[in-house]
Design a protein around this ligand. Structure first.
Ligand SMILES: [Zn+2]
Length: 84
């Protein structure tokens, strides 16, 4: 289920690292994004799972969370470059 709010992912954390784990929220399989279309990206819940699995560092996760204006598990972290 796509979220209404999207944010840009840190360029230091490639989506491929996050997509090495399945999403615990929407069950997107490894290598598949949680959301296919604009904005293409992954749930914050998946980023948290990837961090717990050691696929993303805490500093990369912190950078992503720092760009959020709303923090929920359903927020989509866009793979696009930051708009700012
Ligand atoms: Zn997901």
């Amino acid at each position: 289920m796509p979220a209404a709010v999207a944010v840009a992912a840190s360029q230091a954390a490639p989506p491929a690292n996050v997509r090495q784990v399945s999403c615990p929220l929407c069950w997107a399989r490894p290598a598949e994004p949680c959301q296919q279309y604009y904005p293409r990206g992954d749930h914050l819940a998946r980023w948290l799972a990837a961090c717990a699995a050691g696929r993303v560092t805490r500093s990369q996760l912190t950078a992503v969370i720092g760009r959020l204006t709303v923090v929920t598990r359903r927020v989509i972290v866009s793979e696009q470059a930051p708009l700012r």
